[in-house]
Design a protein around this ligand. Sequence first.
Ligand SMILES: Nc1ncnc2c1ncn2[C@@H]1O[C@H](COP(=O)(O)OP(=O)(O)OP(=O)(O)O)[C@@H](O)[C@H]1O
Length: 587
Amino acid sequence: MSIPKRISDKKKTEFYSLWSLFEKDRWHILAAIGIFFIKHSPVWLMPLLTANVIDLVVTHQRISELWWNAVILALLLAQNIPMHVAYMKQLSIALRRMETRLRFALSNQFQKLSMGFYTRASAGILQNKVVRDVESIVEMVRQMFDGGLSAIFNLLGAVVITAIRVPKFLPFFLIMVPISAALISSMRKRLFAHNSRFRKEIEKMSARVNEMTHLLPITRAHGLETNELEFMESTLAKVKVAGLELDNTNAIFGSLSWVIYNIFNVICLISAVALSYYKIIPITAGDVVMLTGYFTSLTNAVMSLVNLIPNISKGFESIQSIEEILQSEELEKNDGKLKIEKVNGDFIFDRINFIYPEARFPAIRNFSLSVNAGESIALVGHSGAGKSTIINLIIGFIRPDNGRILIDGHDMNEIDLRTYRRFISVVPQESILFEDTIRENICYGIGAISEKDVETALRDANAWEFVQQLPEGIDTPIGEHGAKLSGGEKQRLSIARALIRNPKVLILDEATSALDIESEKLIQESLSRLMKDRTTFIVAHRLSTIQNADRIVVLDQGNIVEIGNHKELMAKKGVYFRLQSGNATSI
Ligand SMILES: Nc1ncnc2c1ncn2[C@@H]1O[C@H](COP(=O)(O)OP(=O)(O)OP(=O)(O)O)[C@@H](O)[C@H]1O
């Protein structure tokens, strides 16, 4: 699928941005406009034909004229059916293709943006861009077509026909239409304040409902139902008051605008009749009806265009919101770099320093370490010592500010990280499982895999036994985020997922939460199978994991303060010794 890298040039107008979205479908858009013109013609030709028919009666013309007008009217009306279908088809093709392209472009960009970007942008906001923003652009274009085009064609039709048939009446339109439209729209503006207050109360209520549903287990567990309901009641009361005020204002302004609107129509009718009666302008009886009809349609057209403004500005806001993502420069640059075909797992960290963009102190300082393929390295230290930062540097989510990381002798800055990451497996602290079967979760992202391999991975991860007991075995759905599984079971599935990839580099971020002794034992066993013959970096909290590591790197404020195996470091009676003494089973 082709992707609009930039949907607009920053210097160009918002309409240009919109036009750029339809880069591949401009012909469909132009066709839709052309067909709309034809399908909509009865609306602006009807007053003219009505005028003809009335004049025919008043001036006693031949009756054949009536049949001609009837035939033209019938044809005009009949064409509306096929033309409307054709119009909808063209517009629909353009819109559906544009929304698909845009959503794909955003998803594509999400896969390329550097991980630093995601520490600032919340998942909810990003999701909104793909779902809501694209939706409001589509909605805006639909309204621009359905409401906007019909208003523009009505306006043009009325002005052109009046200019041809009763040119002297045109100045009346040019004065009265803007005045009546301005009056009505100024009244609507007052409604805006009430509308906006009501919308804000609704937004507050939906945030409150969201919060309430999330808090349900805590509320119920602490017996706080009454407090929660009181809180909810006051929120709902505010929505009710704002709603009542809005309804009331709507009723007053609605009737006032209707009256003003009709007064102007009556003024048009009376003026046309008076001008005709006193023979100031030669206007026939049919013309009077036609001019009144056009005046109504002109006022309607101007009002529709005014009413479109809020939706248009909302749509443009969405275009801007999407552009922020599509034009972001924070991309991981991989193109043209060395593609890795094989990884042994030798690492050299050469005087690495790293500071987060908005941090005051470096997270990693002068970190140097040489790791042989197959070695297991446990990273330990207090919270904030820099363990996760090292892991993110190893995965390439962040780059050192200075210093180098060499993988099998290749500088990490010079390789295509996507190819290197195929040889990595990550077992995160919180198991990332999705709402599908066990099989889908384990085989995520890898091609065809034999039943035997899935079974072996599950057995090695000590997960086979519990999976067998599930109603549909490995094809059992596990619920959202694996909701139907225990913490230990989720961790073992994460280990099975890592095993099936047969990685050369393994990254384990141990969960801090304690498991029961049985689960702990099962996980330790499966971890040792997983770590065998692989370079492993572990953010270690469990004493058993730390003891089994080949080397333990003790970090403090981003510095390596001690390195060695468990025995050596315990004998040293330094930072590691004190960390261990602080907690007998975990750090
Ligand atoms: N995105 C960020 N922006 C700014 N500072 C950050 C960011 N992430 C981490 N830090 C800071 O960098 C330092 C190292 O953080 P890091 O997450 O690597 O520590 P850690 O040892 O993994 O801690 P923990 O055991 O609590 O997970 C800390 O001082 C932390 O506050």
